[in-house]
Each structure stands twice: as structure tokens, then as C-alpha cells.
Design a protein around this ligand. Structure first.
Ligand SMILES: Nc1nc2c(ncn2[C@@H]2O[C@H](COP(=O)(O)OP(=O)(O)OP(=O)(O)O)[C@@H](O)[C@H]2O)c(=O)[nH]1
Ligand SMILES: [Mg+2]
Length: 645
């Protein structure tokens, strides 16, 4: 089960680095959250994910650089607390450090917490002498009046020590030179006394930590008062307070969603006019001489589907990801995990599940991979199965549109936006409630077992780099997700156009399918169009709304007298009137679509990721079908209740 992937990482064959055009292999190791991935990125110029919480990296990443005419292959590992520990993602790192074929180990330590991180350095030195210590985060140490004497440290350890501030690239050139001198043998590390073989593991650990403490006291000087601890402490008293912690959390998340929804409105509108309205006309013109079906397929199917997805998804993602990353880099996410810990424990789940839940807000596939930070297989499965209730990017647009045209409309015009945002936030909160309820149900039935006791290290608050965060989260996350959406939207647009235009016994194929699905759809307070759209959108949820609009127009009773696809050029108000007049939608349809969107099965990418992570057909099927069954049940209940009143 979940540890299969870890054990194959433990397989020594997998640990061999494939020979390529490099002369040396360098591995970056260290305690969690010390900036290993940031050092890796600075060395290689890559953009491996970093974040201010322990457990950001769960698998190893590889890259390379050239220095003085030699090629270096670099491997970034998950953090380890100790070479003796044995949790999921730590195993990957530990096995690599002990058996991996590498020439130099760069051990990254946090200059502000040297005493805690030297233990691991000493343990690694018992395995290899080819070590360079990257004393990272020296910028933060300077800010807090902590001075580390690198010469003394290097002398005590017998290996080169380089001060770095990897986020700004400081010290990286020196680090490369030191790596070179250790790799080529021009620097000979001092061989340390081997550990006493007769000691028990516990005693050996005590010896190591006593030495770490001695070296740290010898090399670290703290100037001035420990302002940082006071500030961090004061912040934590509020942010992790039993009552205020929740208040701040609710306000912060409301603010993030509200900024996303309100801030995306204007740019979305602009893109919409540019890509969907003007762009569509241009594409049709360009295809002027082509046969009608080609124009239809390309302009009304592929182009419109894709343009719609970009216009609707790009702005909210470009706002949501940077905001979320700023909170993450500041160090807020582990505090949320701390606050929600009791709720998750009461639900029989692991406290770290709140971290994986939050990763799911961008993309459930990412959330599922992040569950590797949970060691217990039982609790990890609960986290995998319930990640679906974190609303991913593909689903925000549907919620926002439904909230705007069905719920916002109920409020007076001035408050419409706020009410629409509130309805979306309410659905998100419902998602958290569902996560807890389903976790509880699973832990009481098929996934019974003890709740793990774990220690969550609260990382220090770190002022994030605002501009850089905005830049990297737009380039890395937003564009990556968008590319995927577009790749999925183009063929889906073509499929929808085709089934809408291929006639079978007097009706289009789409009409046959929609009418077949109508009875079930209406019983759920939805309709056949919505269900068919969800089938077409199994590869990617992003295309639900364009699929619904195109299908409504194709099979709806009202003839708008316009060629296929053109209805997608409508704004919110017109979209509403199309859905209501041609599709026969009511408030119930809008609300139930929101509920269905929250609950239904994960997209195909996520299902594939669940399979890769669990290697179990049973659990992959459970994670796929349980949410779908819930979606049917909840929408059926609300539809029935609505009909009775
Ligand atoms: N101020 C400052 N922040 C840094 C520096 N290096 C890394 N950080 C920040 O520290 C946090 C942790 O960095 P990562 O590179 O993700 O750390 P990691 O060691 O790979 O973490 P895990 O993979 O979770 O073990 C991020 O928020 C980084 O932006 C630095 O030199 N200075
Ligand atoms: Mg990392």
C-alpha cells in the first residue's frame, strides 16, 4: 500500500544515479525547512517547490550545473530530523544518504537554529567525510543578531562551511567552489573519530547531541536581545489561540477568497472580451473559406472552449496562488494545522491532514502527493480519500459563476458581489465540514485505528519576498495549471461540438444523451445537460461551464437563431438568461450544481495520482466513487427537500 512507493525508493538499484554528462554527483540534505530546495534552486537555476513548513519536499528532485568546466548533478532530498528516524519521506532521504552513489553531500543548516541542526551534520559525518556545510539563512540570522563564526565551525567539523542566503543567491558561488574542492579532493576533510560501536542507539544519539551543543556554543554568538523569539511568541499567542486563532483564520481565508473573486472580475471580463468575443470573430474570419464543419469544429469547438477556460481561470489563479504562497512562506500554514489539530484528532485523522487539505485547494493531485508527510498508512488513506473536498482550481470558476448569477442576484445590487463571494466561501467551509465528517466515518468503519501522536515543528515566521513570490507563483503554478487546462479544454471543445452536430435519427447525439440523462438529472435537482457535461469533463473539471453552455444551446428548446458556440460570448447576465430560458434552470439547479461541484469524483489526473500513491485498486475506487455517491445523495436530498417546501 502507501509505503510501496517508498520501499521502491529504498531499492538500491533505484538509488543509482544514471550516468550522464556530469563528472560529480552532489546531494543536498539537511533538517526539514532549512532551505535545501532553495539552495538546490540557486545551484541549478531550477524552480523546485519551496515553502515555509517542514515537509515541502516529499520526493527527490534532480538537476545540474556546470562550474569551472565540470558538470555537477544535484539531487534535492526531503528533510530528515535524524539518520535514525524512519518515516515515509524521510526514508527516501536516509536511504539515499547511506547508500546513494554521490561524491559530495551538501548539508544545509539553519544559521538561526544551529544547535538543533548540528546533530544531523555529525551523524552524516559518521557516514561520509565528503561533506560541505551550507550555513543557510544567514540573512535571517543577521536580522536577529545571531553571529556564527564559520571558521570555528569549519575547524570543529573538519569540513568546509559556507555562509549562504540562498533565497538571494548569496554565497552560492563560494558553495560551488567548496563543492569543487571536496569533489576533486583538493580539500581533504579531517577524518573524525568513529563512533563507539558499543553504545546503544540512544546513547549514541546522546553523545552526538552533546557534541552538537558544545560546538554550537563554541561558534554562535547572540548579540542584542532575542527580539525574534518575543515577536514570534506574541504572534503565536494570537494565531494559535483557542478562540482568536479561529477568528483570524476565518478572516484570512475569507480575505483570500474575496480578493480572488473580486480582483478577478475586471481582468476576467477583459480577457473574455478579447479572447472570447473578439478572438472568436477573428478565428471565424480566418477560416472564412473553409467548409462549415471545419469552421464549427475549430472556431466554435476547440477555440471557444480553450479561450473560455483561459479567460475564466487565469485571473483568479494569478491572484489566489501568490496570496496563498505568501501565507505559506510567512509560516502561517503550520499554524492552521496546529489550530485544526484537535478537530482532525476528533475525526480520527492525522493533524497534518489540514496541511494536505490546504495543498488541495490549488490542485487535488498535489494535495494527494503531499499526504506523504503523514506516516501512518491508515491516516494517510483518510487524507487521500478526503482531499477531493478541497476545492481545486478547476472548480472555482463554476462556483463563482453560479454564486454570481443565482445567489448574488438575490441580494440588492450593491451587495451582490459580497453575497456571491460569501456563498462561495460557504461552499468551501462545507468542504472542510465534509472532510471532517467523511474522515470520521472512515476512521470509525473501514479505516479504524489509533490516532498518531506527532510533533509538528512550528517554523519561524519569515517575511516573504513579495515580488518574487508573485513572479514565481504565476510562472510556476498558474501557467502550469493553465497549460493543463488548455490541453484538456481543446479536445473537449471538439467533442462537445461533434456530439452537438452529429445527427442520429433526427436528433443530435448530444440531444439523445441529454434526454436519456434528464430523469436522473432532474431527480438530483440538476439536469441531463449538467450530467453529460460532467462526463465530458472527467479529464478536467475546468471545462464544465463551457460544456454546459454549449450543450444547453445545442439541445435547448429556445432557438436563439445564432450559430453554434456564439452563446459563449455572453456576459454573466446573458448567461443567466440562457440557462434559465433555454435550460429551464432554477435557483435549485444553481445551488445543486455548486454542491455537486464540491462533492463529485476527482478529475482523472487526481485519480491517476491516487493510484500511483496507493497502488491499490480498492482505495483508488473508493476515493473515486465515495465522493460521487455523496454528491448524488446530497443533491437528491436537497432537491427532494426543495420540492416538498
Ligand atoms: N530569508 C531567507 N529565507 C530562506 C532562505 N532559504 C530558504 N528560505 C525560505 O525558507 C523556507 C523553506 O525553504 P525550502 O527550500 O522549502 O526548505 P527545504 O529545506 O527544502 O524544506 P523541506 O523540503 O520541507 O524539508 C522557504 O519559505 C524559503 O523561501 C534564505 O537564505 N533566506
Ligand atoms: Mg525542500
Amino acid at each position: 500500500m502507501s509505503h510501496d512507493c517508498v520501499s521502491c525508493a529504498l531499492n538500491p538499484q533505484r538509488l543509482e544515479v544514471v550516468a550522464g554528462s556530469h563528472d560529480f554527483v552532489v546531494v543536498v540534505a539537511g533538517n526539514p525547512n532549512t532551505g535545501k530546495s532553495t539552495v538546490f534552486n540557486a545551484l541549478t537555476g531550477l524552480r523546485q517547490r519551496s515553502g515555509n513548513w517542514p515537509g515541502t519536499t516529499v520526493t527527490r528532485a534532480e538537476g545540474g550545473y556546470r562550474h569551472n568546466g565540470r558538470g555537477y548533478k544535484v539531487v534535492d532530498l526531503p528533510g530528515v530530523y535524524s539518520l535514525r528516524s524512519a518515516t515515509g519521506e524521510e526514508d527516501v532521504a536516509r536511504a539515499y544518504l547511506e547508500n546513494g552513489i554521490h561524491d559530495v553531500t551538501v548539508v544545509v543548516v539553519d544559521a538561526t537554529r544551529l544547535e538543533r541542526h548540528l546533530g544531523l551534520v555529525l551523524q552524516i559525518l559518521q557516514v561520509t567525510h565528503h561533506v560541505v556545510v551550507a550555513l543557510n539563512l544567514v540573512d535571517e540570522a543577521e536580522r536577529h543578531g545571531i553571529v556564527v563564526d564559520t571558521r570555528r565551525l569549519a575547524r570543529s567539523l573538519g569540513v568546509p562551511v559556507v555562509a549562504t542566503a540562498a533565497r538571494r543567491g548569496r554565497g552560492i558561488a563560494d558553495l560551488m567552489s567548496s563543492v569543487e574542492s571536496v569533489a576533486t579532493g583538493s580539500f581533504t576533510s579531517r577524518v573524525r573519530r568513529p563512533p563507539n560501536e558499543d553504545l546503544s542507539d540512544d546513547d549514541a544519539a546522546l553523545v552526538v547531541f552533546a557534541e552538537a551543543d558544545r560546538i554550537a556554543r563554541f561558534c554562535v554568538r547572540t548579540e542584542g536581545r532575542r527580539v525574534r523569539q518575543r515577536v514570534d511568541g506574541a504572534l503565536d499567542r494570537v494565531l494559535t489561540h483557542r478562540v482568536w486563532g479561529f477568528v483570524v483564520m476565518a478572516l484570512l481565508f475569507f480575505a483570500v477568497f474575496w480578493f480572488t473573486i473580486a480582483g478577478a472580475a475586471v481582468p476576467s471580463d477583459l480577457l473574455y472580451r478579447l479572447l472570447v468575443q473578439d478572438g472568436h470573430a477573428v478565428v471565424r474570419d480566418l477560416l472564412g473559406g473553409a467548409p462549415w464543419w471545419l469552421t464549427g469544429l475549430v472556431a466554435d469547438g476547440v477555440y471557444l472552449g480553450t479561450a473560455w477556460v483561459i479567460a475564466v481561470m487565469l485571473p483568479p489563479m494569478a491572484i489566489f496562488f501568490p496570496l496563498f504562497t505568501l501565507l505559506e512562506d510567512f509560516g502561517y500554514l503550520p499554524r492552521v494545522a496546529f489550530n485544526l489539530d484537535r478537530l482532525f484528532a476528533a475525526a480520527g485523522a492525522h493533524g497534518k491532514q489540514s496541511l494536505t487539505m490546504m495543498m488541495g485547494y490549488g490542485c487535488n493531485a498535489a494535495g494527494v502527493t503531499a499526504t506523504r508527510i503523514i506516516d501512518s498508512p491508515r491516516e494517510r488513506l483518510i487524507a487521500v480519500i478526503t482531499n477531493n473536498f478541497s476545492i481545486c482550481n478547476g472548480r472555482w470558476p463554476t462556483l463563482i459563476l453560479m454564486g454570481t448569477i443565482f445567489i448574488g442576484q438575490l441580494a440588492p445590487p450593491g451587495a451582490a458581489g459580497l453575497v456571491a463571494a460569501a456563498s462561495v466561501v460557504l461552499v468551501a467551509v462545507l468542504g472542510i465540514v465534509m472532510t471532517l465528517v467523511v474522515s470520521w466515518m472512515l476512521s470509525k468503519t473501514v479505516l479504524r485505528g489509533a490516532t498518531s501522536v506527532y510533533s509538528l515543528e512550528l517554523p519561524p515566521y519569515r517575511p516573504p519576498q513579495v515580488l518574487r513570490t508573485i513572479y514565481t507563483s504565476i510562472i510556476d503554478r498558474t501557467l502550469k495549471v493553465l497549460r493543463r487546462a488548455v490541453v484538456m479544454a481543446a479536445p473537449a471543445g471538439a467533442v462537445i461540438w461533434l456530439i452537438g452536430n452529429v445527427d442520429v435519427v433526427g436528433e443530435s447525439l448530444a440531444a439523445h444523451l441529454v434526454h436519456g440523462l434528464d430523469p436522473l438529472g432532474l431527480a438530483l435537482g440538476l439536469n441531463g445537460v449538467i450530467l453529460l457535461a460532467y462526463v465530458v469533463a472527467i479529464p478536467a473539471n475546468e471545462i464544465i461551464i463551457p460544456a454546459i453552455l454549449l450543450l444547453t444551446m445545442t439541445v435547448g428548446p429556445v432557438d436563439f437563431g445564432v450559430p453554434g458556440g456564439v452563446l459563449l460570448e455572453l456576459g454573466d447576465a446573458e448567461t443567466a438568461s440562457v440557462l434559465i430560458e433555454a435550460g429551464g434552470w432554477t435557483l435549485l439547479t444553481g445551488v445543486n450544481l455548486m454542491l455537486f461541484s464540491l462533492l463529485h469524483n476527482p478529475c482523472s489526473t487526481t485519480v491517476l495520482t491516487i493510484w500511483k500513491e496507493t497502488r491499490s485498486l480498492k482505495w483508488t475506487a473508493t476515493a473515486t466513487l465515495l465522493p460521487l455517491a455523496l454528491a448524488f445523495l446530497v443533491t437528491f436530498l436537497t432537491a427532494t427537500a426543495a420540492r416538498l417546501t
